[in-house]
Ligand binder design. Structure first.
Ligand SMILES: [Ca+2]
Length: 105
């Protein structure tokens, strides 16, 4: 069994504004129900990447609750996974992309 790591919501929200980060997992990345239903990244230019299934064997999903929302605050957010289950992301282009993939995926 692979180890599980937990990062707090506060740690994610505390990533400094111009730091680019990649959060990578062999299999699943799960955002637990957020207390305030929002993950608010600090406004800035640093790109944030969630990469599930980093070993590329087709097992690994990115999941968050339907009612939760990621506030990108101008940052680029990338989500890569074999399967993606998102709540909401307040980035218009990404939202469209997610909707498209829900319908056509
Ligand atoms: Ca995997």
């Amino acid at each position: 069994m692979l180890p599980t790591f937990t990062l707090s919501e506060a740690a994610l929200e505390g990533i400094s504004e111009n730091a680019s980060v990649i959060l990578e997992a062999t299999n699943d990345i799960t955002l637990q129900l957020l207390e305030d239903n929002g993950l608010y990244f600090t406004q800035g230019t640093g790109a944030v990447t969630f990469k599930a299934d980093a070993d590329g064997d087709g097992v690994g999903s990115f999941s968050m609750s339907e009612g939760d929302r990621i506030f990108t605050n101008g940052r680029n957010i990338t989500i890569e996974a074999a399967e993606i289950h998102v709540g909401g992301i307040n980035n218009p282009l990404l939202s469209l992309w997610v909707e498209y993939n829900k319908k056509n995926g």
